[in-house]
Write a protein that binds this ligand. Structure first.
Ligand code: FES
Length: 132
């Protein structure tokens, strides 16, 4: 019997935040916006979500940058965020947590997550699965 995807448990979501992101006009001595975004997320992280700081996601020209992933789901990289984007990051992560097809739904995405998508990356498969 096939499982009903609408009855699926929420996915655990991992949020990577680039803590070294900053813009060219940012004060070099001030805390970096990416680090401030990471700190804000750490203070508000709900159950079922994990947070991991990283140094550079290869999107430096469109910082701040986050990557949102979950087992069996596509990974999404978003840019053009700011230190105050924590609420939107968590809303987007919740959409992926509730996904029934492994994709982050467009409907309901916070605006920065519609225009700030840098890439989406397919779920990781092992070589045997990929060859099928
Ligand atoms: S420094 Fe943040 S993406 Fe490169």
């Amino acid at each position: 019997m096939r499982a009903d995807p609408s009855q699926a448990e929420p996915h655990d979501v991992l949020i990577h935040v680039c803590v070294t992101c900053r813009r060219a006009d940012d004060d070099a001595d001030a805390p970096r916006p990416g680090a401030r975004l990471h700190r804000a997320l750490a203070d508000a992280l709900p159950a079922g979500m994990a947070l991991r700081p990283v140094e550079c996601l290869g999107n430096c020209r469109r910082s701040c940058t986050v990557a949102v992933s979950a087992p069996g789901c596509w990974t999404y990289v978003f840019g053009d965020l700011v230190a105050e984007s924590g609420t939107e990051v968590l809303a987007a992560a919740a959409l992926l947590a509730g996904s029934t097809d492994g994709l982050m739904p467009w409907r309901g995405r916070p605006e920065p997550f519609k225009r700030g998508m840098i890439a989406r990356i397919p779920p990781l498969l092992d070589h045997k699965e990929a060859a099928e």
